[in-house]
Design a protein. Structure first.
Length: 134
């Protein structure tokens, strides 16, 4: 986006990226912020998705792998992991690839965090009729 784009144009662009990646889960997060911090919602959409997620150097599936790893490493991010496991599926990662990424994270961030993330993935997979993962 150019520096001359308006705040509304940046939001609209980010919203199209958010919708394509996160679908309803992302919209739910934005709507949940409406009565407490609409500015945070705006920044997540306009900057997070409009400026960062839309950059061409990494494909959406690669961005989701990075995001899953970071949220797992941080710990305590299970609601965001739920959104991003769904997003990872939306952009073409298979359940097996997601499980493998979370297994790989156990080496770097420990079993408790990898377990928590894997149980989030299990709930998402169950909700989407993708269990058992083989």
């Amino acid at each position: 986006m150019s520096e001359t784009t308006t705040r509304e144009q940046r939001y609209d662009h980010g919203r199209s990226v958010l919708d394509a990646i996160d679908g309803a889960a992302g919209v739910n997060v934005i709507e949940a912020l409406a009565d407490i911090s609409p500015e945070l919602a705006h920044q997540v959409v306009a900057w997070g998705f409009g400026e960062i997620y839309s950059r061409p150097a990494l494909a959406p599936r690669d961005r989701q792998l990075v995001t899953l790893g970071m949220l797992t490493a941080l710990g305590g991010c299970e609601p965001q992991l739920d959104v991003h496991v769904n997003a990872a599926l939306n952009v073409g990662l298979s359940p097996q690839q997601i499980v493998e990424a979370l297994l790989h994270s156990s080496v770097y961030c420990g079993f408790p965090r990898a377990l928590n993330a894997t149980f989030v993935a299990k709930r998402v997979f169950a909700d989407r009729g993708l269990l058992p993962v083989t």
